[in-house]
Design a binder for this molecule. Structure first.
Ligand code: SF4
Length: 879
């Protein structure tokens, strides 16, 4: 069937918390066409580079298709019986708290609901936590402290109506690109709309901002306490709204006792920020992982909420705090109580009335009365032997949790580990006793909730491959086999959704915010047709906006300001560990790359892990551009990365992306050197302020290889990525192989290919090209220093009739090496853009777009194009 003629299915992008609507067209041959849904309120047709490339990630090449036990294929019946029997036996021998589930913001709300019900209501433990703990637990804790419930008061429409948008700890241009485009569109419509970015790094989000505040890592509380003190001094506390607040005096006193100079910011910039914030009524403060991933994350959130509460700037169009989540359904997980310290529908585990109500609604045999282990504690519990059976669902903690090496060791030693996932090729799945094949996003149905409380349907458009099952189904089967057939006898996700909605009516009866009781009687057809719907949706008529009326969910009904003081990050820099390590994300990859790395287009943006380091620090360390640098944690664990020397980071601070894994670059798993320090209230790890030592890695040789077939690299340093022609990899080591041709054949698996080579053994310079017939199938370049090659040109050659001239390592005269891809929609590389900007004088993003199409589709690269133009103009001005 032609993709354009195929029926259209409306669904939701599975990557980030923006929750963009997508239109899916299955071509009948396993392929999928993906476009933005113009009718979805989150994106109005826009998609970013990741969303646009979704169709390239649905291939089945590395899918887990049947259950496996001990590496052998098993039937579903036997595997599920084994899981149920082992969980029951573990509980009988060691109690319910010896079992733990570690789940994911990738789960649909219905999956999450069943997992939470099984653990909290039937197994009788609260040991269920989610990777959302790493993403926004501090926001949950901050909201609950200030509002009494985990309520996001803002909406995306507020961005359209604001006069000042402040991004705090959010590289929105890369991590929530469609929201960033929305901000840019609002700025184009309203030239008075100001944008301020608060971030220690100069990121793509800073391009064109009115003000960038590169504060010292972890000093956000001091910044916003300074703002609250200004609000107080300028008489901007809203006296009418203050009647609905408590804790105001103490919060102001604490704020006045803090010194914003600890931020390290230029006093003039600080004053400009305070002036902008204080003189603008319609302010939206957007915050994300830079705020949350901190040992003072809950206090950082509190310091932001304090400013909005004190001025009454909350809950009205165009103003208020707005947290944005990393994962597509982090919010859904919060709603069903997927965190170890919550009950379903925003009810509280520690509230006996709430516990009793949920227990009776579920007719549950058990209900814990205390929070379970939060993510970091959970894996410490696995390491100590307290947890004896662990079920990991759609996440990869052996890479993504702090102190990831210790987490991997703990999982390896756990007596019984189950992993449900779409692939067996993850660092965590490799450690499992039982692997259960789950359906992927385009194969499953249910709902997700995005960052502004909009519930959207995800709809199956592709058939489940092999024997893969939906997560709710797997969990329900285990629940039934553990002895609770009636409680887990679901016919499908619509039935689970109705049960969740009915439970929310009970939550609403307690006066809580989360109420979707108006949807509890949806027919299957209505559920199927459900259009994006922002909660609350009450049976009895709901509040359109939260908190503008001064009504909060605290015992007193008042909003609670917090007296918070700046605390430095948990780890202190010291002479042996003088650098502060920040971790984060790149534009075109998602989490541990289990999906995005399947797309050569996305992989061409940044093909290798790297460490951003300031030129001054690079000089001190004697690091040349493209050198390798070893990052060492106080734990002794290390990571090896390519140095990217840039003044986008502050001196003494370094940044590394968190995506690379045992599959893609085992030496660059950055979370192995991130300390497992957590916020005392939220339990969220401090992923942005570890301390590390840096040292140059003196490799004896450096290599670059391209191949039509898969690569099996063996070197102290390697990083591989897919390309349109196959694979590419960077290599380096301190010991050199004796037999370089044998090394090349092992690396590429090309035992019989015809090989041409040039070598200078004395200078460790070797070049090999392998041919099958008249086709080039692989090439390897080795040198004693990082090699200057036209890499992106070479990466496209395998499978072509390129001849021995490939050994030059350069594009032939007249052929341009496009360089790393900036515009992934149209495959426009950085060299092409630089030529257009510097050579052809195209000095606006629009002019570049008109000439090269770059930036004219999804728009995710527009900030980088603007950055290139800005750099060129700065250079020109300096000359
Ligand atoms: Fe998906 Fe991009 Fe939208 Fe996020 S911003 S939901 S990754 S299309």
């Amino acid at each position: 069937m032609d993709g354009l003629d195929a029926p259209v299915t409306r669904s939701t992008c599975p990557y980030c918390g923006v929750g963009c609507g997508v239109l899916l067209r299955a071509d009948g041959a396993g392929g999928l066409g993906v476009t933005g849904d113009p009718d979805h309120p989150a994106n109005q047709g826009r998609l970013c580079s990741k969303g646009s490339a979704l169709g390239e990630t649905v291939g089945l090449d590395d899918r887990l298709l049947v259950p496996q036990v001990g590496g052998q294929d098993w039937s579903w019946d036997s595997a599920l019986d084994l899981v149920a029997t082992r969980l029951r036996a573990t509980i009988a021998a060691h109690g319910p708290d010896s079992v733990a589930f570690y789940v994911s913001g990738q789960l649909l709300t219905e999956d999450y609901y069943v997992a939470n019900k099984l653990m909290k209501g039937f197994i009788g433990s609260a040991n269920i936590d989610t990777n959302s703990r790493l993403c926004m637990a501090s926001t949950v804790a901050g909201h609950k402290r200030a509002f009494g419930t985990d309520t996001v008061p803002g909406t995306y429409e507020d961005l359209d109506q604001a006069d000042l948008i402040v991004l705090v700890g959010s590289n929105m241009a890369w991590c929530h690109p469609v929201l960033f485009q929305r901000v840019q569109a609002a700025r184009a419509t309203n030239p008075d709309l100001k944008l301020v970015v608060v971030d220690p790094r100069r990121t793509a989000s800073c391009v064109g901002a009115d003000l960038h505040l590169p504060l010292r890592s972890g000093t956000d509380v001091a910044l916003f306490n300074g703002l609250l003190a200004q609000i107080d001094q300028r008489g901007l506390i809203d006296p009418g709204f203050a009647a609905h607040l408590e804790g105001l005096e103490d919060a102001v006193a604490a704020a006045c006792a803090d010194d914003p100079s600890v931020t390290g910011l230029d006093p003039a910039d600080l004053a400009a920020f305070y002036e902008m914030w204080c003189s603008t009524q319609k302010v939206v403060t957007v915050f994300s992982q830079g705020v949350n991933q901190s040992t003072s994350g809950t206090d950082k959130v509190g310091s932001i909420l304090n400013c909005h509460l004190a001025t009454g700037r909350i809950g009205q169009p165009g103003l208020g705090p707005l947290s944005v989540t990393g994962q597509p359904n982090a919010m859904g997980g919060r709603e069903v109580g997927g965190l170890a310290n919550m009950l379903a529908c925003h009810m509280n585990l520690e509230n006996s009335g709430h516990r009793q109500a949920v227990r009776s609604f579920w007719d549950a045999p058990a209900m814990p009365d205390a929070p379970g282990l939060k993510a970091v504690e959970m894996f410490q519990g696995v390491a100590s032997g307290k947890i004896k059976a662990l079920w990991v669902i759609h996440t990869n903690p052996a890479v993504s949790l702090p102190d990831a090496g210790a987490v991997a060791d703990a999982i390896a030693a756990c007596p019984f580990t189950i992993v449900s996932d779409i692939t067996a090729h993850t660092d965590t799945a490799r450690l499992a006793d039982v692997l259960l094949p789950a359906t992927a996003w385009a194969e499953k149905s249910g709902t997700v909730t995005n960052s502004d409380r909009t519930i959207s349907r995800q709809r199956a458009v592709l058939p489940a491959p092999g024997e893969a099952k939906d997560d709710w189904h797997i969990l329900a089967e285990v629940g039934q086999r553990m002895g609770w057939p009636a409680a887990f006898d679901y016919a499908g996700p619509s039935e689970i959704f109705r049960e969740h909605a009915a439970l929310s009516a009970i939550a609403a009866g307690f006066g809580l915010d989360f109420d979707i009781s108006g949807l509890m009687n949806l027919s299957d057809l209505d559920y199927d047709r459900l259009s994006p719907t922002r909660w609350p949706v009450s049976k009895t008529g709901a509040r359109a906006r939260f908190f503008a009326d001064g009504q909060f969910y605290t015992p007193s009904g008042k909003g609670r300001l917090q007296a918070v003081r700046y605390r430095p990050p948990a780890a202190k820099t010291a002479p042996r560990f003088p650098y502060r390590l920040n971790t984060g994300r790149v534009r075109d990859q998602w989490h541990t790359m289990t999906r995005t790395a399947k797309s050569p287009r996305l992989s061409a943006h940044l093909a290798e892990p790297y460490l951003e380091i300031h030129p001054q620090d690079a000089r001190d360390l004697n690091l040349a551009p493209a050198a390798l640098v070893q990052v060492t944690a106080p734990s002794g664990r290390t990571s090896l990365l390519r140095a990217l020397i840039t003044d986008a980071v502050r001196p003494g601070e370094v940044f590394a992306p968190m995506h690379w894994t045992g599959e893609t670059a085992p030496c660059a798993r950055i979370d192995t050197v991130v300390a497992a320090a957590t916020d005392p209230i939220s339990g969220q790890p401090e992923s942005k302020a570890s301390v590390v030592a840096l040292s140059p890695y003196r490799a004896r040789w450096y290599g670059f290889v391209v191949s039509a077939g898969a690569l099996s690299p063996k070197a102290a340093y390697w990083a591989r990525m897919r390309t349109t022609a196959g694979w590419r990899a960077e290599l380096a080591d301190q010991t050199a192989p004796q037999d370089w041709e044998g090394y090349f054949r092992d690396l590429t698996g090309l035992g019989k290919a015809h090989i041409q080579s040039v070598s200078d053994r004395a200078r460790t310079q070797h070049r090999f090209a392998a041919f099958e017939g008249d086709r080039l199938v692989a090439a390897l370049f080795v040198a004693p220093e990082p090699i200057a090659l036209t890499r992106d040109y070479l990466a496209g050659l395998p499978g072509t009739q390129a001849g021995a001239e490939v050994l030059s390592g350069q594009a032939p005269v007249g052929r341009v090496d496009p360089g790393p891809v900036v515009c992934s929609c149209f495959g426009v590389g950085i060299n092409t853009l630089v030529t257009a900007i510097e050579g052809d004088g195209l000095l606006s993003v629009e002019a570049v777009g008109a000439a090269l199409q770059a930036g004219t589709n999804c728009g995710s690269c527009r900030s980088e194009i603007a950055q290139l133009i800005e750099r060129h103009q700065v250079r020109e001005a300096a000359e």
